[in-house]
Design a protein around this ligand. Structure first.
Ligand code: NAD
Ligand code: UDP
Length: 316
């Protein structure tokens, strides 16, 4: 593979999505600098890259300033699972806001293009369905999820102010629920919880009555969209939704996981966490138009790959 001569920084590069972004960038010939403080990420996720001549790892916390020579920045550093981001909510807001400020300052100093991994959480518990980018959202500013969704909203504000004030090249991508290999066993998010519980023969924990919906995107599709967003023309800023619009209830998801894994686990109900959005589905018309992108992996196929990953992981 020929080098592109481009040096790309991936913050949160040892995490679930970040490690897949690093893989994809190495495959296409970039020099990759992975920055992570290993808050939720692991060395295992990037083990295959550590010896690669175009890959470099820097253990660093993005809430502190950083000055390195880079052409492009994917800003992914931030815990994404509600269990993880609510564990130390003050640090979560700090990572979202100070992390964004530090990476924007770096992009400004180095003349780099910068992409923000934003989230469907900016829409909160939406009353517009599906959610287009023009919807401003319905977010509780003082709840358990606020450290994350208000932190991410503030990060978006900072990105657009840097654009207006300093003419920075920004890309804001609103990522909807994504799943796949390298999610963590103890992640707490629904897909990994259900699969791990099903494979261990434990009760599958359905929160509330299970009628709440989500739309799940397989990781390979998501990574393709992130790279396409980074490569859009300079005048394209987003925000752009990226996700798979196939929507289903959490009860349907539990039943599907049990069927595909051949598990005989029982489904049990647990209380619905506060502010849990009742529905979520991306309107991806803009992504289709601007990125020339559509998700390709159907839910059953993606779940089968993810189940195979966790089966091997748990056996090891
Ligand atoms: P993850 O927890 O697996 O990865 C986050 C990574 O960031 C980890 O490696 C962690 O160690 C690192 N990190 C956290 N705080 C840091 C800090 N202060 N300094 C340096 N590194 C730090 O989560 P993920 O699912 O890979 O999510 C990655 C990004 O994508 C996050 O910004 C998240 O908000 C966004 N996102 C993900 C999803 C999804 O479904 N996976 C959905 C919407 C948005
Ligand atoms: N959920 C569930 N059981 C679990 C974990 C999550 O029923 O073991 C539900 C959760 O209440 C939410 C949905 O699954 O309605 C998605 O949760 P997740 O934490 O994966 O992500 P969110 O989209 O809420 O950030």
């Amino acid at each position: 593979m020929r080098s592109t001569g481009q040096r790309t920084l991936v913050t949160g590069g040892a995490g679930f999505l970040g490690s897949h972004v690093c893989d994809a960038l190495i495959r296409r010939g970039d020099d990759v600098l992975c920055v992570d403080n290993f808050h939720t990420g692991t060395r295992d996720n990037i083990a295959a890259l550590l010896e690669h001549p175009r890959f470099e790892l820097l253990q660093h916390d993005v809430t502190l300033p950083l000055d390195v020579a880079v052409d492009r920045i994917f800003n992914l550093a931030c815990p994404a699972s509600p269990v993880h981001y609510q564990h130390d909510p003050v640090q979560t807001t700090r990572t979202c806001v100070h992390g964004a400020m530090n990476m924007l300052a770096l992009a400004h100093k180095r003349g780099a293009r910068i992409l923000q991994a934003s989230t469907s959480e900016v829409y909160g518990d939406p009353e517009v369905h599906p959610q287009p980018e023009s919807y401003w959202g319905r977010v509780n500013p003082i709840g358990m999820r606020s450290c994350y969704n208000e932190g991410k909203r503030c990060a978006e504000t900072l990105f657009f102010d840097y654009r207006r004030q300093y003419d920075l090249q920004i890309k804001v991508v609103r990522i909807f629920n994504t799943y796949g290999p390298r999610m963590y066993v103890d992640d707490g998010r629904v897909v990994s919880n259900f699969i791990v519980q099903a494979l261990r023969g434990e009760d599958v924990t359905l929160y509330g009555d299970g009628s709440q919906t989500r739309s799940f995107c397989y990781v390979d599709d998501l990574i393709e969209a992130l790279l396409a967003a980074m490569d859009t023309p300079a005048d394209f800023t987003g925000p752009v939704n990226v996700g798979n619009p196939a929507e289903l209830s959490m009860r349907e998801l539990a039943e599907r996981v049990l069927r595909l894994s051949g598990s005989r686990s029982r489904i049990v109900h647990r209380p619905l966490p506060p502010d849990d959005p009742k529905v979520r589905r991306p309107d991806i018309a803009l992504a289709e138009r601007a990125l020339g992108w559509q998700p390709r992996v159907p839910l059953d196929a993606g779940l089968e790959k993810t189940i195979a990953y966790f089966r091997a992981h748990l056996n090891a």
